[in-house]
Design a protein around this ligand. Sequence first.
Ligand SMILES: [Zn+2]
Length: 506
Amino acid sequence: MNKICPLSVVDLCPDPTVPGSVANAQMNPKDMAFQAIERNMEEIAKVGDSIFYFAELGMQEIETSKLLVQVLRDIGYKVETGISGFATGFLATYGSGKPVIAVHTEYDALPRGSQTPGVVERRELVPGAPGHAEGHNTNAAVLVGAAFGIREAMNKHRIKGTVKLFGAPAEEQLVSRPFYVRDGYFKDVDTAFHVHVGDQLSVVYGLKSSALISVEYEFFGKSAHAGNNPWTGINAADAAKLMDTGWDVLRKHLPLTQRSHSVITDGGIQPNVVPDYAKIWWYFRDASAKSANDLFSKAKKMAQGACLMTGTTYKETVMAACWPNWDNRIVAEVVQSNIELVGMPKWSEEDQVLAKQVQKAARIKEVGLKTEVTPLTLAKQGGGSSDSGDITYVVPHARINFPANISGTEPHNWTAGIATATSIAHKGEVTGAKVLVGSMLDLMTKPEQLIKAKEWFDQELAEAGIVYTPLLPPETKPPLKLNLEEMEKYRDQLKKFYINVPIQFK
Ligand SMILES: [Zn+2]
C-alpha cells in the first residue's frame, strides 16, 4: 500500500504517466468524473439534441447509432456494431478485467411524435413524422456523458475494471435486450444499469413491470370479386377480426393482471376485393413470464379457431418477448446515495415557466418541475413492460430515472416531446450522467457492495423460486424491417432539421 496516497485503495492513486493526473491527485475519482461531465454539458446536450432531430423509430436508428458509435470511439471506447444481428445496436467497451459494469439504454422515437421543442402548442416539425415524445434521445446523451466521466476517473486514478455500454434498439417494441441476454453478452457482467428519462430523479427496487410477448399473426385466404363471386373467396381479414373478437370474449375470464391489445396492421385494400391476406399484431402482457406465456398459448388456439371458421391458414411470428423487471435493492441503495449526493438540477425561472405552460396545455396541475429528489421505495408492478427485464434475472440491476422531462406529461403524447431538446433536458442529462457515474464508481471501488448485491440477487430469486429461461424462442431473429416503411416516408423531410454540429469532449 502506498502510504502517501490520500485515498484508501492503492488502485485509486493517480497514475503519474497520465497527463493531468498528478495535478488532480487531491481530487477524488467521483469529483473528477462530475467535473468532466459538467465541463462537457454542451457536448452532452449536442448528443441529445442531434438524436432528437434524427427522430428515428425502433430498428431504424441509423443516424442515431452512427453518431453514438462515432462519439464513443472518439473518446476512446472500442465499439462493436451489429451485435446479435441488430444493425443499430452496439457494444462499447472501456478498460479491462474485473469488475465488469454494464450500462444499457435505448434511443428510439415514437410514430407521429414530431414536435417543435420549446413550443407550447402542437407544432410538428414534419407533419405525421416520428418524434421523441418520451425523450429516449436524452437517454443516449446520459450514456455518452457517463462514458466520458467514467473514462476520466478510471484513467487518472488507475481504476481497474471494464465498462460495457450497450445501445439497445427498438425499446418501444420491446425488442433488443432479450437477444443480448440470449446471446451471452451479460455473462461476465457483475452489475448493470439502465438509464431512462423521466420527470424525477429516482430509483426503485423489486418487481416493476409486466412480462410481454409480442406476436404477429398472418392469415392467408383467397381473393375474389366481392360483388360477383364472393363465395369463391376466402377472407383473411375476417380471420383477423374473428381472432380479435374471440379474444375480447375470452378476456372476461382472464386474470386481472393481464393486459392484451392488438392492431390489425393489414386488413385488405379495398371493399370489392376479398382480402387474401391480413395481419394482426398482439401484445400479451401479464405479471409473470409464465402467465404471459399462458396467454400466448391461448392466442394460438384463438388463431386456429379463426382459421377453422374462415377456411384460412395462418403463420405466427414472435416479434419480441421479455420478462418483468426485478431490480436489486443493494444496487438501488448505491444509486440512491448518489441521487442524494448529486441532487436535482437547478432549474431556471424560464424552465419553470415552460413547465407550467406545458402542464396547462396538457390540462394537468401547474406544479412546475420537481425540485426534490425522490426517496428510495419498493416498486409497484404496473402494466407497462421494458425489454430490459431479462437482464434483471441474469445480473444485479437498477434503473436510474433522471429528470429531463416535465412532471405530469404523458409519455407518447406530443406534450412529452416539448422539453426533450431544451435546457430542461440538458440539465437532466448532466444530472443523470453524474448519478450513473457515481454509482458505477462506487461499485468499481467497493467490491463488498458487488458481493452484497449478488447475494441479494441469489437470495431473492431463490425465495421466489424463479429459474430464468428466456421467453424469446431460440430461433427468433431481430425484426430488421420493423418501422422501415414508416421511417422512410419521413427521413428525407426530417434531414433539414438535423443540427450537424461537431461533438468534441474535452
Ligand atoms: Zn422509455
